[in-house]
Design a protein around this ligand. Sequence first.
Ligand SMILES: NC(=O)C1=CN([C@@H]2O[C@H](COP(=O)(O)OP(=O)(O)OC[C@H]3O[C@@H](n4cnc5c(N)ncnc54)[C@H](O)[C@@H]3O)[C@@H](O)[C@H]2O)[C@@H](O)CC1
Ligand SMILES: [K+]
Length: 535
Amino acid sequence: MQGVWTPDQIRAAEQRLFTRTPEPQVMRRAAHAVSVHAVRLLAECTGGVAGRHATLLVGAGNNGGDALWAGTFLRRRGVGVTAVLLAPDKTHPAGLAALRRAGGRAVAADGPSPDTSGIGAEAADAVERADAVIDGIVGLSGRGGLRPTAAELWRRVTAPVVAVDLPSGVDPVTGAVDGPAVLADVTVTFGGRRPCHVLGAGAVHSGDVEVADIGLDGYLPEPELHLLDAAEVGENWPVPGPEDDKYTQGVVGVAAGSATFPGAAVLASGAAVQATSGMVRYAGPAADVVRSHWPEVVATGSITDAGRVQAWAVGPGIGTGASGREVLLHVLESGRPVCADADSITLLANDPTLWDARDPDAPLVLTPHAGEFARLAGGEAGTDRVSAARDVAARFDAVVLFKGNTTVIAAPDGRVLVNDSRHAWPATAGSGDVLTGLLGALLAGGVEPWLACGYATFVHSLAAELAAGGGRAAGGARSGGSARGPAGPGVAPADGPGRGGTFRVGAPIGASALLAAVPDAIRSVREAAFRAAFR
Ligand SMILES: NC(=O)C1=CN([C@@H]2O[C@H](COP(=O)(O)OP(=O)(O)OC[C@H]3O[C@@H](n4cnc5c(N)ncnc54)[C@H](O)[C@@H]3O)[C@@H](O)[C@H]2O)[C@@H](O)CC1
Ligand SMILES: [K+]
């Protein structure tokens, strides 16, 4: 599992590090890592390094200092470097002196300009003609969107971008973007990811995040957030062992759908079938339809005849009336782990007496989207979705999987996992029903609920991407080093509506296609685990 630390945690760790290693030395280490990635990007995007030109956007603080030192290292590789200074009076003095000594040039951002932008002609030229841009406008101390001069410079950037620490203009803590902000191809950060690299729009603006070692390891506390990787998901996805039969792997019960709306039942049951080799039971009015789609499901018309299960997935399409309430009550009283989604969340939010039916020892997972979350919480989540999810998890003693482009998974004890899918392919009707089925299967397989949410979300998101045939591409950032491709000198990036990963190839999918891709997604994470084990 990878960690994510808040700016305050990072700053405190840096202060402890500085008692052993002088601050300028740490900065040079950070800057060297930035220069390494800038060299890589230059080589990939222009086919060369020496003789190319990098432009540094330099703000008032240490983030600008990092950029200036990175420029100094680039000079040693024969790269022409121009620093555009946004606050000439406050520019990091040692960094600026070092760049000048190395033969780099510095120009003020504002100055006599041929237009009304206020950007000096030299600065405009340096930005527009750059082969690569290094964003050192603002880092951990950033607040709000880019200020006007920085925004005007950014508007002129067409070259690939390496952001220092984080893309300027993105809120370091929440990842929110509420003004102009840099869209980076690569963000080089130090010691560990910050929340803005994985939350909300910040995850997209960061592009590929590279974590450089600056010696912080021994000084960092428990991370604020956690991220899963494919290998970890694959290693822990339950598959049958030599001693297993259909019962020992855990039987999952699905209570979803209605006679008039059987789709949710088909999708949730199908997801459970694809996720587990054990047994799936379905109970509800869509039993015939479920059976016809998934003959392996043991389906019955009534929740009271469902038989024994090790976990329940309940809610999609059950309705918020009396029959839905009966189903939910039965499931909550079963004493089994429950994944409660969709209508069951609305039922719980509307009728607090339902909580009394719950066996306090049985884990409960709630999987709200924004509207359901607001109903549960009694108000909108706002921009700090992590704190909001943590509060609701503690309040209801449940694991809360708060859906969104970044899914936030909070446990009642305060642990938080995030899944920064950086694509929105799962935003399609019925995709939540698939997630519910996956989660039910993992809970029935005995996976710890917080992790089960993380594994299910990871596979769900990957299945959507595989089904869509997605990946970032033309006009956008590199994806696995491929999107911009190894273009020759002078080859412009392909046209596209965005930079920094905002444009994606692939085609929209429906939930059935997502569901069909689940086995491929599981196969892919298991392969990642296999490769990691033999690395
Ligand atoms: N403490 C250290 O020595 C180290 C810090 N590092 C770098 O230092 C950075 C933090 O440096 P600082 O604390 O000096 O602050 P920053 O460089 O993040 O910010 C500098 C100033 O920019 C201004 N600013 C805030 N929001 C802005 C916006 N939206 N647009 C334009 N200007 C804005 C503020 O006046 C702020 O004080 C980190 O992000 C990292 O890049 C690294 O060198 C590692 C070591
Ligand atoms: K930056």
